[in-house]
Write a protein that binds this ligand. Structure first.
Ligand SMILES: [Zn+2]
Length: 307
């Protein structure tokens, strides 16, 4: 149950993209610091403060910037809609590595003498990001293990296209309701590329998570883990079925559960990534999971051969 905005992601938005003039300005950090420091802006950060959105609100204009400081190549998408603000804007979808300041828009506010009686203005925005660039394909033959202990059974409280939060780029995601502290096992083999388990907060802020990169380049994301619930380290090789963490209820989560999805970066889209429909090995065989049903993990030696 991961609202799109966080991702990671954050909110569902449909954008009437116009083919406007693109204004993207990339400057080195040194020149950024002076200008950012002087901005009386609202700031919202993601990805452990590696990506921050700033809105500078002056008397006559509204300016939007992204400050990016990503050591790994990261695809970032930003979209917005504006009411009563004038100027060019084009949604952003671009891969960044290193430190950048990106100018997203410079829009004129309504002229206070001429705009009466309707001088109100506003805007809505959304940001998504994903490690890597959009060159990866999901292995359609991959069979995933249920990410919990053998012989345990949990209910899929939200599945593909779930109306609570599995829409847009998160259309193919899976939530199993389970008590906090439930042992989480790798659904597929790979290498740990990111862990975060410092959050002790529910409802806002980051979700504790483990990201595992698979052999096809896709990334399996295990979200909402318990505080200090990551039992693996970045760079560690993981086999399918290995114990990796403990479930929780951190970040934008409305009930204790594990959220899992597999994603790749995506270009030419309002979103920075896409997710994939997955097949899981259950006690019934290999199947696509249905929301509301209970699924038991059966032991299967052959699963350990999956990569
Ligand atoms: Zn979810």
């Amino acid at each position: 149950m991961e609202p799109i905005h966080k991702m990671k992601l954050r909110q569902k938005y449909t954008l009437p993209f116009s083919l406007c003039f693109i204004i993207i300005m990339v400057l080195p950090l040194l020149s950024v610091r002076d200008s950012i420091a002087s901005l009386p802006e609202k700031k919202t950060c993601f990805y452990g403060n590696k990506i921050c959105f700033y809105a500078k609100d002056t008397q006559d204009s509204l300016d939007g910037y992204l400050q990016i400081d990503c050591p790994e190549e990261t695809t970032v998408a930003f979209g917005a809609t504006f009411t009563n603000l004038e100027g060019p804007f084009k949604p952003l979808n671009k891969a960044f590595k290193g430190t950048h300041l990106v100018s997203l828009f410079h829009l004129k506010k309504p002229n206070r003498e001429l705009c009466k009686p309707n001088c109100r203005w506003n805007y809505k925005w959304g940001l998504t990001y994903h490690i890597g660039t959009a060159t990866r394909q999901h292995d359609e033959d991959a069979v995933y293990a249920l990410p919990y202990e053998v012989d345990q059974e949990y209910r899929l409280i939200q599945g593909e296209h779930g109306r609570h939060s599995h829409y847009g780029p998160l259309a193919y995601a899976y939530d199993w309701g389970m008590p906090e502290g439930t042992k989480i096992y790798a659904a597929r083999s790979g290498t740990v590329i990111e862990t975060f388990d410092n959050s002790n907060v529910n409802g806002s802020g980051p979700s504790n998570h483990i990201f595992i990169e698979h052999s096809d380049g896709t990334v399996g994301q295990y979200l909402h883990l318990k505080h200090k619930g990551c039992l693996v380290n970045v760079g560690q090789k993981i086999n399918q079925g290995d114990l990796i963490g403990l479930s929780g209820n951190t970040g934008k989560s409305t009930t204790p559960h594990l959220h899992f999805h597999v994603s790749t970066p995506l270009s030419n889209s309002p979103y920075a990534f896409k997710t994939f429909p997955l097949k899981f090995k259950t006690c019934e065989g290999v199947e696509e999971l249905k929301q509301g049903r209970w699924y038991k993990r059966c032991s299967s030696p052959s699963l350990s051969l999956q990569s």
